[in-house]
Write a protein that binds this ligand. Structure first.
Ligand code: GLN
Length: 494
């Protein structure tokens, strides 16, 4: 069945002429039509363009032409990537009708690899959130249990892969927005090293933290997507030169286990208040699987981890307050209908266009940057960020990677945390430090809770070691069967 194939398997079949991309793409749209009215993963679908592209790839293959690494494979993207072919809404009223004048760097790369882009996915407004509930446009639900959140902010991208409404997708991760929804939806999600993937055309949230990465059902597919999207882009000034950090082929040695693997286990990761028993058990069982494969567990300490949430919610909001200043009713997006005067153009357009969480972030960030508070909050947070980075550097002198939960608990119920932003922010306790340090991180399915919700295992490694990180994840995937599981919803929905 087409639905059972991974992106890599589908691509190989398409290239060998055994399956037509058009057939695969049409079947994806059928699944979207059946399932997305319930899941709500997509903000828009690009059916006509996708079918044209698929047919074109089929024709080129039939003519014996060379095709790209994702030839004919239906892929989804998050709706904060600029595209000329559809609106880029960031799930915000302020950008509801915004059409970008250019394509994001990663969109160009997907197209150059002959991927078929099927649609743009729901998210928390401007990527601010952990549950997708902050979307101003719609609610995405978790395909494993539709009364629960898919995680955020890239909840749509994760749910689309989990419900097999695309073969893989891309999201963005500022403080966990790829890894947390991957964990909640039982798929693989990876945040690359800061600077590895171009942010050109990614609508900015926290520019020093944002990074684009893949969602997939297998590690191999995540590696395949990394190969397509990684690399220097002169249009993103923080994109790292390939002379300084050559781009590794993530697929090349994927099956080779890491010799003498040393895994760091930080005490701080298990001392977290609210760590769900089922999650802790699944992580401890996963560590046993690694030990069974010859890995050594090493106790390490990350003494500044406990300040990560506080530092992140100052730095990310400070950067957001500056980045979001551009939505002024003049340059982009929504403009109020009857302004009293020109000041009101700004005030009313922003008041009408932004949702409550975005306003909260702008206020927090503006406060942290204001004269008199800058040193006490923002500057201090930057210093803490440096200490957290040092903790990781020290740890990676002793070990190849660190393993911990991706989230303290499985997917929570829709509405459970909406009245309490601080509780919502605590969902990011395991994912945020990785962005502050700029290192790569990955979440893979590693078990189920007693109420049959997926549990995610997070693996973190040193800067620019994505290929090794994926190899480490593959060791676990080979020994277990969690990635092969599909949400029950699919069986009932067909
Ligand atoms: N939940 C975090 C936040 O709201 C992270 C979001 C993200 O990674 N974009 O800021």
């Amino acid at each position: 069945m087409l639905e059972e194939l991974s992106a890599r398997q589908l691509r190989d079949k398409i290239v060998r002429g055994e399956v037509k991309s058009l057939e695969a793409t049409e079947s994806v749209f059928e699944r979207i039509e059946q399932r997305d009215p319930v899941v709500g993963a997509y903000i828009c679908i690009c059916k006509d363009e996708a079918l044209d592209k698929a047919a074109a790839v089929d024709r080129r293959i039939a003519a014996g032409e060379q095709v790209g690494a994702l030839a004919g494979v239906p892929i989804a993207i998050k709706d904060n990537f600029c595209t000329t072919f559809r609106e880029t809404t960031c799930a915000s009223k302020i950008l509801e009708n915004f059409k970008a004048p250019y394509n994001a760097g990663v969109v160009e790369r997907l197209e150059a690899a002959d991927a078929v882009i099927v649609g743009k996915c729901n998210m928390d407004e401007f990527a601010m959130g952990s549950s997708c509930e902050n979307s101003a446009l719609k609610q995405t639900v978790n395909p494993w249990d539709t009364s629960r959140v898919p995680g955020g902010s890239s909840g749509g991208s994760a749910a689309a892969v989990a419900a097999r409404m695309c073969y893989a997708s891309l999201g963005s991760d500022t403080g966990g927005s790829i890894r947390l929804p991957a964990c909640f939806c039982g798929v693989v999600g990876m945040k690359p090293t800061y600077g590895r993937v171009s942010r050109y055309g990614l609508v900015a949230y926290g520019s020093s933290l944002d990074q684009i990465g893949p969602f997939a059902t297998t590690i191999e597919d995540a590696a395949l997507l990394m190969n397509v999207i990684a690399g220097h882009d002169p249009r993103d000034s923080t994109s790292v030169s390939e002379d300084l950090a050559p781009v590794a082929d993530c697929l090349a040695d994927l099956e080779k286990p890491v010799e003498g693997l040393k895994i760091g286990v930080a005490r701080e990761f298990f001392d977290v208040e609210g760590l769900h028993r089922d999650v802790e058990q699944a992580i401890r069982a996963a560590l046993k699987v690694y030990e069974g494969q010859g890995a050594t567990l090493v106790d390490v300490s990350l003494p500044h981890m406990k300040y990560a949430i506080a530092a992140y919610y100052l730095i990310a909001t400070a950067e957001a307050s500056s980045n979001l200043a551009r939505y002024d009713g003049v340059h982009y997006g929504h403009r109020t209908a009857n302004p009293k005067d020109y000041i009101d153009v700004y005030n009313a357009s922003r008041a009408e266009g932004f949702g409550p969480e975005v306003k909260r972030r702008i206020m927090l960030g503006t406060y942290a940057l204001s004269a008199g508070y800058y040193d006490a909050y923002y500057l201090k947070a930057l210093k803490v960020r440096n200490l957290i980075r040092q903790d990781f550097i020290k740890a990676f002198e002793q070990v190849d990677c660190l393993i911990c939960p991706t989230s303290p608990e499985p997917a929570f119920r829709i509405g459970a945390k909406m009245d309490d932003p601080l509780t919502m922010y605590l969902s990011d306790i395991y994912t945020i430090a990785c962005n502050l340090a700029g290192i790569p991180g990955l979440s893979i399915p590693c078990g189920f809770s007693s109420d049959e919700l997926p549990v995610g295992l997070q693996i973190l490694s040193g800067t620019f070691t994505e290929a090794k990180l994926l190899r480490i994840a593959r060791i676990f995937e080979k020994e277990t069967n969690y990635h092969n599981q599909k949400p029950k919803f699919i069986e009932t929905k067909g």
